[in-house]
Design a protein around this ligand. Structure first.
Ligand code: SAM
Length: 227
């Protein structure tokens, strides 16, 4: 497995495109706020329960926006972000260093199809994956590999699209500013797992207290706990 931490010198390559990327980041942040609205945060708070995570692992963290929000909303102290895209991780580093001391920010360039990064066992309070499960070859295998990393009482949460009609998917995507044509190109690939599929993955991987909450008509939060 390749697990690489990024240093600041790697940011140099992005400098030429800095203006374009800055413009894109405005769009990325606006889209994040729509996908991670109040229903999402209420659902996540309910799923975490009384167990307040100090250490959060984000599987497919992208630009680090979920981790940044988790620090601000839940007082998270240490973050691990995993992604296969080095450019997104560079942005995650920049944003997260504004929210936490650098020694509390750990970014891992890892292909999740080979498993999570090799973190010490029983150290993660919340493992989270947002809108990436549908892209993975073996999500159940990933859940199984994450379980030993969770501390007792820790939670793993998956947020993703679930099986739905093309009409519902187009309507949800329209609210995010995606055209019907582009939405139909993504359907049914992005909503390939049903709610029951996702719950079944958690059960097969050995989690307890498997719970699901719908977020609107097309997305769901599914969680399992380590007891
Ligand atoms: C749709 S984006 C979601 C980003 C973020 N979780 C969010 O919800 O804003 C999917 C992310 O998963 C990452 N990703 C996709 N396949 C991956 C893999 N096999 N290993 C690691 N990261 C992956 C992509 O690079 C991208 O950053």
């Amino acid at each position: 497995m390749q697990t690489t931490s990024l240093d600041a010198t790697e940011m140099d390559n992005a400098n030429d495109r800095r203006h374009d990327v800055t413009v894109d980041m405005g769009r990325v942040v606006a889209s994040f706020k729509k996908r991670y609205g109040s229903t999402f945060w209420h659902g996540l708070t309910h799923l975490i329960g009384d167990h307040r995570p100090q250490v959060v692992l984000d599987l497919g963290c992208g630009h680090g926006l979920f981790l940044e929000a988790a620090v601000r909303r839940h007082g998270v102290r240490t973050v691990h972000g995993v992604d296969v895209d080095a450019e997104r991780l560079r942005w995650a580093r920049e944003r997260l260093h504004r929210a936490l001391p650098p020694e509390c920010v750990h970014l891992h360039l890892v292909d999740l199809n080979t498993g999570p990064p090799p973190l010490p066992p029983k150290t993660v309070g919340l493992a989270f994956s947002g809108l990436v499960f549908h892209e993975l070859r073996d999500p159940t295998g990933l859940l199984r590999a994450v379980l030993p990393l969770l501390s007792t009482g820790g939670t793993c949460v998956t947020y993703d699209y679930v099986s739905c009609s093309p009409e519902a998917f187009v309507s949800d995507m329209a609210a995010l500013g995606v055209s019907p044509k582009k939405a139909l190109q993504r359907h049914p690939r992005m909503c390939r797992h049903s709610l029951e599929d996702l719950e079944g993955m958690y059960h097969s991987a050995g989690y307890d207290h498997v719970t699901a909450i719908m977020v609107g008509h097309t997305r769901a939060l599914v969680a399992g706990r380590k007891t």
